[in-house]
Ligand binder design. Sequence first.
Ligand code: GAL
Length: 342
Amino acid sequence: MNAVKYGIAFLLFIVVTAQRNPDSASMQMDNKGFVYHQFKPGELWYDDQGKLINAHGPGIIFSQNKYYWFGEKRGERTSGGVNVYSSSDLYNWKQEGLALSPDDADTASDIARGCVMERPKVVFNRKTGQYIMWFHLELRGQGYRAARAAVAVSDKITGPYKFVASFRPNGNMSRDMTIYQDDDGSAYIIYASRDNFDMRIAKLADDFLAVTADDKLLFSDHREAPAIFKYHRQYYLMTSACTGWKPNEINYYTSTSLWGPWKKSDNNPLKGPGAETTFGGQSTYVLPVRGKKDCFIFLADRWNPANLTDSRYLWLPVQLKDDKPEIEWTDAWSLDFFDRHK
Ligand code: GAL
């Protein structure tokens, strides 16, 4: 009799698990949560607590043997702040909580609840020992009109980050942006300006808490969603067209200097069906894989404007063929891809 009871309980467990996560075939459960061994672009992705990872428009940095994934906490009508997760293998992510919280709605703060915080990127300052978060900020009740960059700081990588300031860099509008730290430790903001018609760069101050006056127009191509990486002494800057949440075709530019001149490539680096709409996603970051020389992962958001929490993450390996990036769709892959494609 007991055997029958246990049998029924086991079957129920399988059914509940499968419903909660239709992707359960690619992972195992342990008593802490899900264990992944692969990336499955566009599928639901759960954290160590069994909750969907909620960190959109992400930026990832590596510190003390772990990766930290920062991203937009979505779900409320406006921004819920910036979430952070940690991982030592890139597949399994531990929820570390809210790195930056919006302030109360009834305050005069630039980040009063109701504001929009997008595309957070964190960088470590070797001189001050601080972690500095940059993000795109839109002020409460103003739609996308404020067009500001914003800065927050913390002594601890997971935060809580303290808001420092928001502004238009050197007076220029700033919407989609990314932060790039070069090999010499200096850092830069690359930002879509003049209603996204211009892509600009500005060098950050020594403490990374402000921009310097070293600020330059890179190109005027009406592009956004910048994501940059460096390979063989060349910089590659990927961008999307400007169609809001709707996907469009990615492109990229190359230069041997961050300050340009940037040369636009004729090739779409994405290959295969869906390449003309970035596989339904929009560029956000290119992650260098630690310990694997010249291996990069392309990160994009497949936005779901009807339910932004359920926007999906597209992580795909970048292959560099004759110094040209190529990104092919694959339903499932793991880091050993890079060992086979060298
Ligand atoms: C996109 C942008 C996203 C978000 C969205 C809002 O163009 O890349 O980060 O701002 O518009 O409509």
